[in-house]
Design a protein. Sequence first.
Length: 79
Amino acid sequence: MPARLVFLGRLEDLAGAPELTVAAGPLAQVLAALDRELAIALLVDRVRLALNGEVLAERGGIVLADGDELAFLPPVSGG
């Protein structure tokens, strides 16, 4: 079972879909296989990551396993 990347907000527009199925592996390797513009947008510090429903405090050392879900949460603006 592969891993899933889930995109919310404007990141979904950039990805062209609400989620993508990817091969498990180190996050850097997974992002390198994506469209360059999308990968750059996902690396912005203000984008939060949630692995299997838990928001991560750190980005370093993320390795996706089969069945993992990694959600990308863009900054929220309001008014």
